[in-house]
Design a protein around this ligand. Structure first.
Ligand SMILES: [Cu+2]
Length: 66
């Protein structure tokens, strides 16, 4: 399981968007987004680069923190 920090989530709608975006990435499973912590966790059932995840998150208006 991998945990990433996501900046810019303000409400349940934001965390819902992030959840959907991550679930839409081929290879990711068990996606959970914690709005209060500003974190997302997921499991890779096949390898997914962090770059792919960053692009997807950036594309919907949020940011993966380094
Ligand atoms: Cu929001």
């Amino acid at each position: 399981m991998t945990t990433i920090k996501i900046n810019g989530m303000r409400c349940a709608h934001c965390s819902g968007s992030v959840t959907k975006a991550l679930e839409g990435i081929e290879g990711l499973t068990d996606v959970k987004v914690d709005l209060e912590k500003g974190e997302a966790t997921y499991t890779e059932k096949s390898p997914v680069s962090l770059e792919t995840i960053k692009k997807k998150i950036t594309g919907i208006g949020f940011e993966v923190a380094e």
